[in-house]
Design a protein around this ligand. Sequence first.
Ligand SMILES: [Zn+2]
Length: 92
Amino acid sequence: MELVAALLIFGVVFYLLMRLGCGARMVHGMTLSGSAGTRAGGESVETTDPVCGMTVEAADSISEEHGGRVFRFCSEDCHRRFKAHPEMYAKS
Ligand SMILES: [Zn+2]
């Protein structure tokens, strides 16, 4: 029974890490321009997170409107950073 509980907890923690950390937060600093255009699926709309530069899928992203444009974020963390300084990220 303990093993089942441990697996369950592991699963939940893993799921939360993927949801909250966009799965690639740890390499944000290293992949400045690597993620754009690597996938050629075309079945869903992809945009770039203005905060970390990551490619995000519109379907499961957090969005925020600023100056008439909609920006999308890979994680709540990036969303918070954008809201703190929108003028810094909304340019171009
Ligand atoms: Zn991000």
